[in-house]
Write a protein that binds this ligand. Structure first.
Ligand code: FAD
Ligand code: DHB
Length: 398
């Protein structure tokens, strides 16, 4: 079946979903395809911290009803090291805050809104054999087989590759048209979701001789915790009791106890820094994890994905209406933010994790940096400014 749309969007993660909403608000028609089911997309456990700019973006797009009711505003984080837990006060240092609101909830809100506004067919879930072609022409093509077995060929004005790190869009670009920069880290995060109230009022990032640990949360009743483990760790060797014992040891502080509880979800995430540039090839625009990955320390991945499409929506609007300047600036504009977040995430990661087989210099340097970051107002402000996020001026900057 041959059809036509203005923008073909591949991937219904935060980037693809928000893009299709922002385009609809501008009167631009899109077809959004996703290989997974709606249930899978809504249950996939990932990030949990929104920058101030991401919250403002979702609010301005009319998507913050539940976020404003259930999001939990945090004015800082704790850094724990050398037997001490020190607070970094974002409000005092930058006047800004972050909001704890799970990526699963962001995705649920976006899916519900697209279906309310665009009807049941607004998102094509569970498609198979997706393909993109003719990317260097004015009529790129999106092909897919729908859940009920019909093969579609959609003629588009532009295609947005929002299909994550393992998607098909980036790899559809000729290899000599992209420069890829990548580093894998010799550790991974074992993450759990636990049915227990958090043992802390704000996130704790802990440096420990046995490896990094992070105490985060999802709601006043549900905690999210992470442990540094080896990248080849078998999750089967981590029964719940072992996870809680290890977490208790890494967060240990006199007078404080970690409350354990039933584990609802458990997974291991590899860690890498990855940037593929430019974020455009002809009429294909890449956004979010399809173009870049940061290690999770510092909670930048989801925020970068939202920022990319905040720039991409006005850029595509211009391109479709004879004003290509923002589309031409899209890649460079996004990459500046991407590289800042890539540096921050690398910095947080290497300051807090224990490298297997590291020499004697690593730990003392990390501790010196942590002490400096928590005692110098200038250093603490730099962390706070990066963590709460750079300003997002999508309509004027791109
Ligand atoms: P994604 O969320 O990956 O969405 C891409 C979508 O495209 C998916 O729904 C996928 O099913 C779909 N898709 C893939 N291929 C195709 C195809 N060929 N055709 C159609 N659809 C396709 N960030 C943090 O800040 N903190 C965290 O704790 C954190 N934890 C993470 C844990 C894991 C396991 C992963 C993978 C990422 C984590 N991240 C975290 C990163 C953050 O979740 C991502 O940066 C964010 O999801 C990026 O959004 P996106 O829309 O670009 O990509
Ligand atoms: C979470 C994840 C992060 O990577 C981070 O730095 C902070 C919080 C989370 O999942 O809650």
């Amino acid at each position: 079946m041959r059809t036509r749309t203005q923008v073909g969007i591949v991937g219904a993660g935060p980037a693809g979903l928000l893009l299709s909403h922002l385009l609809a608000q501008r009167g631009i028609d899109s077809v959004l395809i996703e290989i997974r089911s709606r249930e899978y997309c809504e249950a996939r456990q990932r990030a949990g911290v929104l920058e101030a700019g991401s919250v403002a973006l979702l609010r301005a797009a009319g998507l913050a009803g539940r976020l404003d009711r259930h999001g939990i505003e945090h004015g800082g984080i704790y850094l724990q090291f050398g037997g001490e837990r020190r607070h970094i006060d974002f409000r005092d240092l930058t006047g800004k805050t972050v909001t704890v609101y799970a990526q699963t909830e962001v995705v649920r809100d976006l899916i519900a809104r697209r279906i309310t506004d665009g009807g049941a067919g607004a998102i094509q879930f569970s498609v198979t054999s997706p393909q993109v072609a003719d990317l260097d022409t004015d009529r790129p093509v999106l092909r897919y087989t729908s859940q009920d077995g019909v093969r579609y060929e959609v003629s588009c004005d532009a295609i947005a590759g929002c299909d994550g790190f393992h998607g098909i869009c980036r790899t559809a670009v000729p290899a000599d048209a992209l420069t890829i920069v990548e580093r894998g880290y010799p550790y991974a995060w074992l993450g759990i979701l636990a049915d227990v109230p958090p043992s802390t009022d704000e996130l704790i990032y802990a440096h420990h001789a046995r490896g990094f640990a992070l105490h985060s949360l999802r709601t006043p009743a549900v905690s999210r915790l992470y442990l540094q483990v080896s990248p080849d760790e078998d999750i089967a060797s981590w029964p719940d009791e072992r996870i809680w014992a290890e977490l208790s040891e890494r967060f240990a502080l006199p007078g404080w106890t970690l409350r354990p509880g039933p584990v609802l979800d458990k997974s291991i995430t590899p860690m890498r820094s990855f940037v593929s540039a430019p974020m455009r090839y002809g009429r294909l625009f890449l956004a979010g994890d399809a173009a870049h990955i940061v290690p999770p320390t510092g909670a930048k991945g989801l925020n970068l994905a939202l920022a990319d499409v905040a720039y991409l929506a006005p850029a595509l609007d211009g391109l479709l209406h004879g004003r290509p300047d923002k589309a031409e600036a899209y890649s460079e504009t996004c990459l500046q933010r991407v590289w800042r977040a890539t540096h921050f995430s690398w910095w947080m990661t290497t300051m807090l994790h224990r490298t297997p087989g590291a020499d004697d210099l690593e730990a003392p340097l990390q501790l010196a940096q942590l002490r400096y970051t928590t005692t110098s107002r200038a250093a603490a402000t730099s962390l706070a400014e990066n963590y709460t996020g750079l300003p997002l001026n999508a309509d004027s900057a791109a």
